[in-house]
Write a protein that binds this ligand. Sequence first.
Ligand code: ADP
Ligand code: ADP
Length: 220
Amino acid sequence: MIDVENVNKSYLRGKTAVSVLRGVTCHVPTGAFSFIVGPSGSGKSTLLYLMGALDTPDSGSIRLRGEDLAPLEPAKKDELRRRSIGFIFQSFNLLPNLDAVDNVLVPFLPTGEAASRRSEAADLLRQVGLGNRLDHRPSELSGGEQQRVAIARALLKRPALILADEPTGELDSATGQEIFEILRRMQREMQTTIVTVTHDHRYIQDSDLVLRIQDGRIVA
Ligand code: ADP
Ligand code: ADP
């Protein structure tokens, strides 16, 4: 699904370039329930965003399903992201004025497909346990419920790949555990590849692959 080869990435801090990823090479097989772990500031999110074509490496290559991202024009990259990748963030990123169903439909508003996918959106919310919360707005939902809405939103595109950045970072550990159980179940049912950044080691037992990163290098 993902091939990262000898990727380097640095950011400018003032006038100095700070190296964040140093010669990262890794491979995420199709269908894997996988994690990127490591200390804070080690480069986990940077690697995840590169995998999701949200940012570009300084050197090295990233291929998604065999396709090299580097030569793709920005519009092509946007299209690839919109169609094939579901993103889940720490802070849920729901729209406050929309209820759960409409939040799940957000990625399909620009394409005009939202109306035709309404019942599918409601089905997905039922599958993540929110059948009785369909018309609740984010402020009426607990943190775990909001993250489940975000999971349903990511799943509605039936993405080949889901990228999650600290999806349990704002949740207590029991709720975090539930979120991972849902992700694991959906990954099995839909055969989606999932890559999750976490600094919390409790959640990684039930995984297919763990990439451990330290100071911008894969160490295990
Ligand atoms: P992690 O996810 O492991 O906490 P990140 O990938 O977010 O680490 O960040 C790695 C390092 O890169 C950190 O020192 C961070 O401050 C720096 N960094 C990340 N994004 C940027 C950016 N857009 N501009 C400048 N520095 C950044
Ligand atoms: P948690 O125990 O996970 O922190 P909360 O105490 O925030 O959950 O919420 C408990 C339940 O009450 C949740 O299922 C949520 O949907 C519902 N709820 C919370 N706030 C509101 C509200 N303002 N309006 C309607 N329902 C709410």
